[in-house]
Design a protein around this ligand. Structure first.
Ligand SMILES: Nc1nc2c([nH]c(=O)n2[C@@H]2O[C@H](COP(=O)(O)OP(=O)(O)OP(=O)(O)O)[C@@H](O)[C@H]2O)c(=O)[nH]1
Length: 130
């Protein structure tokens, strides 16, 4: 069996909000809510990958704070090992700094109304309890 694809996810928090996007129509899990993230390059740590993917997708520079969870999940499109990193905006950025579309800030208490991929369940529970 092939090893899971390593993916890093940035859970970016700012004054009670989290950065959330919507997956494009032409990728696996189209239209679902997502945190910024993507596949790690060879020899790239998930921590560094979370920062890079966040910058590429949202235009925002973040500082990784702590590792929230690792979740392995098998979808129809493959098995992924998701490394969730809680991140903050770098100090030069204002609270709720504007992000490239389709990313926007969602209040933590409103996350449960969104349709996230199954592998996000544990982290969403952690955020709801924080
Ligand atoms: N970005 C992101 N991916 C997630 C989340 N939850 C989740 O299960 N995934 C899964 O993690 C994988 C990330 O793949 P991706 O397609 O976004 O990664 P990528 O941007 O590097 O893809 P690419 O190499 O095709 O450009 C997908 O299988 C996706 O379904 C999430 O919250 N954010």
């Amino acid at each position: 069996m092939s090893s899971p694809t390593k993916v890093a996810i940035a859970v970016v928090e700012s004054v009670g909000h989290v950065l959330v996007g919507t997956r494009a129509a032409d990728v696996p899990l189209p239209g679902m809510a997502e945190f910024p993230g993507g596949k790690c390059h060879p020899d790239e740590t998930p921590r560094s990958c979370a920062v890079r993917e966040c910058r590429e997708e949202t235009g925002l520079m973040v500082t990784p704070r702590d590792h929230l969870a690792t979740a392995t999940h098998t979808y129809d499109h493959g098995t992924v090992e998701l490394h969730f990193w809680r991140c903050h905006l770098t100090p030069d950025l204002p609270d709720l700094a504007s992000a490239a579309k389709p990313f926007r800030w969602v209040k933590i208490e409103d996350l449960s109304a969104l349709n996230f991929p199954e592998a996000n369940a544990e982290v969403l529970s952690m955020l709801a309890g924080s």
